[in-house]
Design a binder for this molecule. Structure first.
Ligand SMILES: [Mg+2]
Length: 169
């Protein structure tokens, strides 16, 4: 299955949208570091008419805050088993497996990567996630891996030139 069919992007958060670091304060406050290139890519992707969802096993509020900033439509936190959460997201977005690109970096992502029509793993993902992925990005997690996938989808669908035209790039 190819990227021509993609209508939605579902991303794991830790290790995909971040470098995997979890900064934890004494009071339990969790701090995550996101990259502006990934954020700008997701915002553009949503503007181009795609649906985006963040799917994470942790529950920190940081993912929800980041999604809100970027116009990302769906967030599922605290999903220990990612497959049922993935299925709920498909229903919420009205898309099929074939229309989904999933990005993940570790073992809990592998079953979902096998379901999605197309999948990607960051360069520094765990070996099993890289093996399951349709594509391994050149960029590392939290360092433009998501931006790389967004551009790849937009290019496959002939939409990237239109984006560049907007910025006269
Ligand atoms: Mg992860």
């Amino acid at each position: 299955m190819g990227l021509e069919e993609t209508r939605a992007l579902i991303c794991d958060v830790d290790g995909v949208l971040t470098d995997g670091s979890i900064l934890l304060g004494e009071d339990g406050t969790e701090i995550k570091r996101f990259h502006s290139h990934d954020g700008a890519g997701l915002a553009l992707f949503v503007e181009c008419g795609f649906q985006v969802a963040l799917l994470t096993g942790r529950k920190s509020g940081a993912a929800r805050q980041r999604a809100k900033e970027l116009g990302v439509q769906h967030v599922r936190e605290g999903a220990r088993d990612k497959v049922p959460a993935y299925e709920e997201l498909l229903a919420a977005m009205g898309v099929t497996d074939a229309e989904v690109c999933y990005m993940g970096d570790d073992l809990p992502d592998v079953p979902v990567m096998r379901r999605a029509g197309w999948s990607a793993a960051p360069a520094d993902a765990r070996e099993e996630a890289r093996a399951a992925a349709s594509y391994v990005t050149h960029a590392r997690g939290g360092r433009g891996a998501v931006r790389e996938v967004v551009e790849r989808i937009l290019k496959a669908q002939g939409k990237w030139t239109g984006v560049l035209r907007r910025f006269q790039a």
